[in-house]
Ligand binder design. Structure first.
Ligand SMILES: [Zn+2]
Ligand SMILES: [Zn+2]
Length: 409
């Protein structure tokens, strides 16, 4: 193995063999499937059962995987083949990852190349290759602070819905930094455990704002067929309806002509009657009382609010009742940062570049090909371009894992 990978492997080894390393046990370990990616061989070991957590710690110390996972699901026999495991239930999990959120900076720091045909580009990885329709890509990404901030905003909207619309309390929500550039929210609650994939899809649709009846295209068509008489706009006071109202009022309060154009409204009546609209239509529900403002305007406004207030979660993760998820306290193979839990109320203040740092000692000399400015353990570093620098180990590991640097001799 080349020297740089060997260096990372040594540091991962120290982490997993250090008795002071905290890796919180999962609930019900005897019913979970554990899995890990072999550091050198790069294959996934699956269907492992560790009824005793100390045996799991011993495996980590001995094997030193690059990434460690456990099932969200509980099984009668987690160690056998999928179809024989005997599914008992599963935690409800949400994954919010900058990989799924378009940002202004992803075109600057992210690149992808199609494994099959070599087509390459910058920004979000497409679902299918536009040239050959393959779905596998090599990617070069960066745990950029703006990207993490956009994931934080999506997570905050999710938490708000889980608390206020679904009625979970803050201590039922386990919130984690993922170790890369996103967040996980787990709910381990009897009330969610038995939900099947369909029920989880309903929750996903709610969170992403899919199929809100008032905006539903089918409903609109049906209404049109039935005749103009039934076309009425109204919003009640809970769930998404309330979110739409609050969002519409907030948006209108500060909207400029330009903002309205973005929403597709160059309606003078809206701009001139902002206060009246908020008071009479949104607050009092008299949607038809504003001259020149019709149902199409309300729909456009509501759709805009739906798009900004919905949470851009990875929908596949939540609906998969057999999902493997990264284990709390273990290292992310793409950064060397830890997955780490923090209280939901600390979402805005928890800093991954101090709170998720696993390596706090030592420095090493690196030959860096290309790295943007970044922070690590309170220090601002970079940008670097084709230069040799001595860096703290945590920063060095991230650059090597991100294929932006090599250990210098
Ligand atoms: Zn291709
Ligand atoms: Zn970014």
């Amino acid at each position: 193995m080349e020297a740089s990978r060997e260096f990372v492997y040594q540091k991962f080894t120290e982490y997993y063999r250090d008795p002071s390393t905290v890796i919180p046990a999962t609930t019900m370990p005897e019913q979970r499937e554990f899995a890990y990616l072999m550091f050198k061989e790069r294959f996934m070991v699956r269907h492992r059962r560790y009824a005793e957590f100390k045996n799991f710690r011993a495996m980590l110390a001995e094997t030193v995987p690059s990434d460690v996972y456990h099932s969200c699901a509980y099984y009668e026999n987690p160690e056998v083949d999928m179809d024989k495991k005997g599914w008992i239930g599963a935690d409800l999990v949400f994954d919010i990852d900058a990989d799924h959120i378009p940002t202004n900076c992803d075109k600057i720091h992210d690149e992808f190349t199609c494994v099959k045909c070599g087509f390459s580009g910058r920004g979000l990885i497409p679902e299918v290759c536009p040239c050959c329709e393959a779905t596998k890509f090599e990617s070069k990404t960066w745990p950029c602070e703006l990207c993490i901030q956009s994931a934080r905003i999506e997570t905050s909207k999710l938490i708000d819905m889980l608390e206020n619309d679904f009625g979970f309390s803050q201590n039922e929500l386990h919130v984690y930094f993922s170790g890369h550039r996103g967040y996980h929210v787990h709910i381990e609650n009897e009330s969610v455990k038995s939900l099947d994939a369909m029920a989880r899809k309903e929750i996903v649709d709610y969170v992403t704002g899919l199929g809100i009846a008032i905006l539903d295209k089918d409903t609109k068509q049906t209404r049109r067929k039935r005749g103009a008489g039934v076309k009425k706009f109204s919003l009640h006071n809970f769930g998404w309806n309330k979110r739409l109202k609050v969002g519409m009022a907030d948006f209108l309060l500060n909207a400029t002509t330009e903002n309205l154009k973005v929403v597709g409204l160059n309606n003078k009546a809206v701009l001139e009657n902002k206060e009246l609209i908020i008071k009479r239509a949104i607050q009092e529900g008299k949607w038809e009382s504003i001259k020149g403002v019709k149902i199409q305007t309300w729909l456009k406004l509501a759709e805009y609010v739906r798009d900004t207030q919905s949470s851009k979660i990875d929908t596949v993760v939540t609906t998969d009742i057999h999902r493997l998820i990264r284990m709390n306290g273990t290292l992310h193979g793409k950064t060397g940062l830890k997955k780490v839990e923090f209280p939901a109320k600390d979402l805005q203040t928890f800093d991954p570049f101090t709170g998720a740092v696993a390596f706090k000692k030592g420095t090493t000399k690196l030959l860096i090909s290309d790295a943007p400015e970044f922070r690590m353990s309170g220090e601002t570093l970079g940008p670097y371009k084709n230069q040799t620098v001595e860096l703290p180990v945590a920063a060095a590991i991230m650059l090597i894992c991100k294929r932006r640097a090599q250990v210098a001799n």
